[in-house]
Design a binder for this molecule. Sequence first.
Ligand code: FA5
Length: 344
Amino acid sequence: MKERLQQLQQEALEKIEQANDLKALNDVRVAYLGKKGPITEVLRGMGALSPEERPLMGALVNDVREAIQRALEAKQATLEQEEVEKKLASEAIDVTLPGRPIRRGNHHPLTRVIEEIEDLFIGMGYTIAEGPEVEKDYYNFEALNLPKGHPARDMQDSFYITEEILLRTHTSPVQARTMEKHQGRGPVKIICPGKVYRRDNDDATHSHQFTQIEGLVVDENIRMSDLKGTLREFARKMFGEDRDIRFRPSFFPFTEPSVEVDVSCFNCGGHGCNVCKGTGWIEILGAGMVHPNVLEMAGFDSKKYTGFAFGMGPERIAMLKYGIDDIRHFYQNDVRFLQQFHRV
Ligand code: FA5
């Protein structure tokens, strides 16, 4: 019996040694220490031993069981450790590998130009005013000295929704709305950025939907020289410190006198090139002194108050600033175009 036990211990220890995963090890445990295992069988056979031999053999069985148990525990710890190491090795991260680039979004070039213009005027003490894109005929035209049937309405071909409601054709109605809110009391100093709509055929410089930024200052003693100084400052900040501006006579029903404003060509410095079509000047916006009728209709005393207004198309400004040759690039969302304007 003693030899049988020693042989069992020897066999069990070898199998424990050979077990190369936790399942195999558990199989060895069940095989040798389980109820149906050979050691239990040996214990059952102890009844046939003499009373003197029984305690000796009992102690030996316990020693064998303990030896197997210890070997099982040691092997289990080794296998578990190996498993952890295998897992760590398979999940290892090579921190020296270069990272994958993250594609970052960015502000649209038009948004950037609009924000730049806004910041510039906020720096000069202006506040931002907004108005509805679906506008009343009254604010879009009548309050701006363009009564029904006025031929100058044709300058801005409109999308009408009803006889009295249309998609605004310019941001000038925000002037009229803001002045009305001021109830005849100055000063008013605002810029109004926003979308506008016209029945223009889309081409390289025209879009049926585009943006405008309107400017309006109303106070006592506002003169044309204030308009000129303001726009010169704007042109220099936008296109470079050496720029100059010039006024050419023009017509808008809501300003008198009215002007088209040109900036000296930033490409050739005013000598004449293909950007300025040889003239040395590039048209950037329309402007003028607020017409007394417009002031009166909005509740201002035109004998006491004067004002200037201007309106520009940020798309055209952005096209000039960045040398963009087609306005449609702003609306097509081609990433090859947009990526060129990534901020560094
Ligand atoms: C006006 O809309 C006047 N409300 C501007 C104004 C305001 C004058 C205050 C005086 C006082 P005009 O129609 O010229 O003006 O348009 C102004 C600017 O909008 C143009 O200089 C141009 O840059 C832009 N623009 C006009 N039509 C289009 C179009 N179809 N697509 C893109 N930009 C356009």
